[in-house]
Structures are given as structure tokens and as C-alpha cells.
Design a protein around this ligand. Sequence first.
Ligand code: AMP
Length: 387
Amino acid sequence: MSPPSTPLTPGATLGVFGSGQLGRMFVHAAQRLGYKVHVFSPHRHSPAGLAADVEHVGLFTDLASVERFARGVSAITLEFENVPVETIHAAERCTIVRPAASVLFTTQHRVREKTFLRDAGAPVGEFAAVGSLAELEAAAAQLGLPAVLKTAQMGYDGKGQRVLKNTAEHADAWRQLGPGACILEAFVPFRRELSIIAARSSTGEVALYGPIENEHANHILDISTYPARNITRSSAEEAERIARRVVEALGVVGILCIELFETGSGELLVNELAPRPHNSGHLTIEACDSSQFDQQVRTLCGLPLGNAAPRQPAAMANLLGDLWENGEPNWQRALELPGVSLHLYGKESAKVGRKMGHLTALGETPEAARALAIEARSRLSCRTMGS
Ligand code: AMP
């Protein structure tokens, strides 16, 4: 459906495809503004469904269920970029969906995404589409090794990818990741990873958060710091220029995270895009007047964007299920620290590697905020009360 010329005002009912923690934080932001939220979830009692006004349980491939859901809401957003494009098309027949199917079509496929970025003039590392072992060998000869082989679709948190160091690994890597479409990327010897989160409204207004500095452990985001430590003004401005260029070329209405590599020489290269709020932007809840989730509501409803500038440096530490291995974490010890906020996602069982929540810490400097977030997380493992 074509977007309305007037904003969707509080009191309207919004929908969200996907029901994890990103959906849950969207629900909180929307409800605070007076909206009702229905969540489309593949299972009952999901993190977002527990917070929502209605949890609609269904499969993304069940288009009749998708249409029933879509008819009950005034607009739909998503928290998961791999919602099938046919699902978005089905929903678009009944209501407004932001971001649009065309955005997902580009960002769901690494070859299409990298080609789009290159054509838009955004800096990217060298890459080649790979559809067979012979093409993999040719691409590796052209790009050189090491290189990273990734499935074109459905990879996340380092899944569906492998670093190739020598030609002897090609056949095994292709058996592991083929036979579907893949991409081979030149290995980028980056110094660190950064992200910029952009909100773009239907009138073309853009608000940017970042660059945020991201540190990973076992391919999962571990710590984010905003502003990134020791970032030069010119580097921050370059990252913003890239982000503006990308959101404008993509024409996205909603939230887009642009993940970047910063190389040893300070060059910035785009790694990938996510057309939704991002784990690295959770700290915007405490650090900014309007969080990434507030902006998701505003972009969905056609409201003016909020102020994205950070009020104070902030850092986030992810809380994985591993923390529960020896029993309930010591919440009191972490929350004794001034400037620390706890977010738990309402997941029933803690599994190793599962994102259960996060801590945000505010500080006078990015370094101080990061140190406080790390200190707060380490206190969760203190076994004796008060120690
Ligand atoms: P992705 O799923 O593309 O975000 O990749 C997951 C992680 O793998 C990234 O956060 C990087 O740490 C690493 N990685 C991905 N692509 C490359 C690359 N071309 N060169 C070096 N490291 C990479």
C-alpha cells in the first residue's frame, strides 16, 4: 500500500515481523509513545511477544497468516532482515511496510549488496561472486589469499563463512558452504570494526549515530563504545559521508546499520548492511535523546526524527547465556555501580552463546564508559553477595 500523506499518530497499531530482543525494544519504544504493537512470531512467548499487545504466532511462509496479521495493523516494521521478500510483498498488499521489499532484496544477498555498494560509490573491499568450485578457484587466483568465502544468504555472527588461507582448502570449503551462491571477499586486515546507524524518514530526513566501535568475541558482538575511541574528526566525517551516500542510494525508510572496517592506514570499507536496529545501537537508549528504536517508530509512522547526538559517552557489554553456567548472575553487584543499566530480554532458558541481555554504562569519556561496562559485567560472576 502507498504510504499515507499524514503521520500515523499515537493510538494507532503497529506491527513488527520478528520477535527477538530487537522487536522487544521496538515494542517498548512504540508503547511509550502511545502506540499498540502486534508482533508476528514463529513461536509463542517470544521476547517481543511477551512485551507486545498481541503476539500473532505464524510462519513467514504462511502468506494467509501474514495477510491476516497485516490487515490488523496500520504499518509494519521488522527486526530481522531475512524475512522472505514474498512475505513482505504479501503484507504490502494490505498495509505499509518499512523498510520496503526492494531494500530487503538488496541486503539479503551479499553479492547484490556489495555490488549495490560499489555502484553507489561506497568503498568496499574486492569481491567476486562464486557459484562453483571452478569459480572459487578462479576468484581466489584473482583476489589472492587469504580471502573469506561466505554464503550469499542467511549468514550471521560468523556463521556461513570461512577464511581461506591456501588453495588446498578450496574443495573442502566449497563442500561446506556450496553449492548455493557464495561470495569470495579479499581478507581485510582491519584495525577495528565500526558501525554507523542511520535513520531515514519518508521525507528524506537522515539522523546518524556513530561511528560506534565494536569488539567481537567468537564472532559475536561483545563490547560497543560510542563515540569510538580515538576516532579522528576526518575519519568520523568520512564514515558519516559513506552512511549518507548509502542510505540515500538505497532509498531506505527506516533504520539501516552500516558495518565498517577501519584499516591500519585509516581507510574505511563497508563490510555489510542491516536494514534494522543493530546490537551496537542498544546503547543509544541511554546515551541519546532518541534511541535507534525511537527512530524506528518515528520513521515507520512518518513523524519527524529525534535528536541522535549522544548526550554522554556510553558503552554496551553483551550478556550471553554462558554467564548463567554457574547459576544466576549477581545482578546486585553490577547494579551497585552508578551509571550502569541492565536490559534482560525475557528469554526462558540461557544457552551458551545466546544473547540474553546487555549492560549499558555511561562515562565521562568513551574509555571510562567501556571500562565501567566491563567492570559491571565482571561483577555478575561474583558468587558471594557483597563481594
Ligand atoms: P559478517 O557476517 O560479514 O559481518 O562477518 C562476520 C565477521 O567476520 C566480521 O565482523 C569480521 O570480523 C569478519 N570478516 C568478515 N568479512 C571479512 C573480510 N573480508 N576480511 C576480514 N574479516 C572479515
